[in-house]
Each structure stands twice: as structure tokens, then as C-alpha cells.
Design a protein around this ligand. Sequence first.
Ligand SMILES: [Zn+2]
Length: 298
Amino acid sequence: MEKITCRYCKSENTVKRGLSQTQNRGKQQRHLCKDCKKTFILDNGFWKKKNSEAKITATIDLYFSNLSSRKVRNHFRRHWEHNASHVTVLNWCREYTLKVSKFIDTLKPQLSGQLYADETEIPRGCNTKRKGGDKFWCAVDWGTRYINATLYSPNPQNMEDAVSFMAKIKQSNDKPKYIQTDALTFYPRAFTKVFYNNIRKKDERVKHLVNNVSKTGKHNVRIETVFSKIKDRVDDFRGIKALWSAPILMQGIILQHNYIEAHTTTGKIPAELAGIKLDVEKNRWLGLILLSQSAQLP
Ligand SMILES: [Zn+2]
């Protein structure tokens, strides 16, 4: 049986000591520490939350499914006990995105190595006086539709960001079969720099394919469904002012894509296609949060 560690003195000399009625999360198992004599409830990831796991995970799922934070709040008012403001909605989304991301970073998706890269404009703060948007750089693996590398930047496209983005792709896949990009001028140099293509033998180079839409007139329809899904989801960012907040929410959108939703054309969740098997049930956000909590990462 799994040993329960005391949350105060870290002793494993503990026993179950009945159930405790919590104010908002039903009955929870209470434990007694025989060393320090304190009783405690284990943190399953929702400790001290004033709302149920069901409501919190429904919130996160609704928001990342492309319902704005205000629409999620309005749904609460009609369907659930206690209200939650649209700020609470965003707080939960950020808190659990960070928690689950730490866990997911330890997983190793098996990718096809056929990568497609794209940049999306993020209209952060465009409701206010701020003009222009941020840039979100994103690479998708064709075989799995898994999004394997992203970069959030408050700057217009530039060489430094292109190199950082390429480095992130390399980190997730050391030698991809090819990377296809649009005709952005920074790509060839960033590509050569990161993948050492100028000093490799010809047959060992990573292939860089360029799709110049203005010349070919063809969008990459194979992969466009993924990018257009992301583009559809950033509308709520108009109301978000803080630069610290937007990248976390983008990370949540990617998490929703990779680990929660079955992709429309493959009918499968990208993480599953990438060979990642997780012990989670129908409520995948809940499952991921519980797994992340029990993994006890720093
Ligand atoms: Zn103790």
C-alpha cells in the first residue's frame, strides 16, 4: 500500500482517521500522524479550493475549448452554486496549466519528424490603447498533430526569435526529417545556425522546405486545420493586458490540443498518436491534474 507522508513533519508513520466534511468539496479522507499527532487531509491538487474539482475542471475545459472567460462566468451564473468571476476563471486556467505542464515536460512524445512551422498574431491588449500584437511561433508534427515547440514573443518577427524558436524545435526533436516554414526571411539563417546545416554533409542535413504562399497560392491544408484552430482561440486575448499572463494561457491552449481533445481529421488525441499512455478517465483535465499532483515534482 502506498505510504502517506505527514504534511507537517514528513513522517510516514500515519494512519487513516475517518472522513472530514469539507465546505465545498464533499467528504475527504483525514490522516493522523503518529509522530507529531497532527491530523491532515492530503492535497490532491485541489486543497483549500472553495469549489469542487468538477466545477474547476469544467471551467478550464470550457475556457480552452474557446469560450471567453466572461462567457464561462455567465455559464456559472446559470448552472452552478457560487459565482466565479471571469478573473477566477483565468486564475484557475493559469494555475492548473502550470501544474500540468511541469508533469507533461517529463513525457517523451514519439514524433514523425515531419514538422510544419507557423506564426500567429496574438491580439493581447488590443481592446485598450495598445496597438499591434504579440507573435506566437508554433511547430506541429504531421504524423501525430502534436504541437512540439512554441515561442511566445511580444516582438514582431526577428532573427533572434527565429533562432530561439528553431532551438526549441531541435530540443524536442534533434534530427527531424524536414521542417516546412513559410517564406519568412529569417528562417533560412536561423535554420542553418541551429541545425549546423552549413557544416554537415549534404545527406545529413535537415531538410528545410519553404512554402511561399504568395507564389504557390497554396496554403498547407494538411496542417492548416491545427493552426486555424489556434488562431480562432486567441480572440479572448484582446482583453488581456499582462504579458506574463498571455504565454501561460497559450500554453493551456496547446495543452488542450495535445492532451485533451481528439483532433478532427485523425479522430485521436495527438498525445495518444505520439505513444503517450496516461491513466486518465473521461475528465482528462481532472486526470492530468491528479497525475501531476501525485508525480510530486518540485
Ligand atoms: Zn507528522
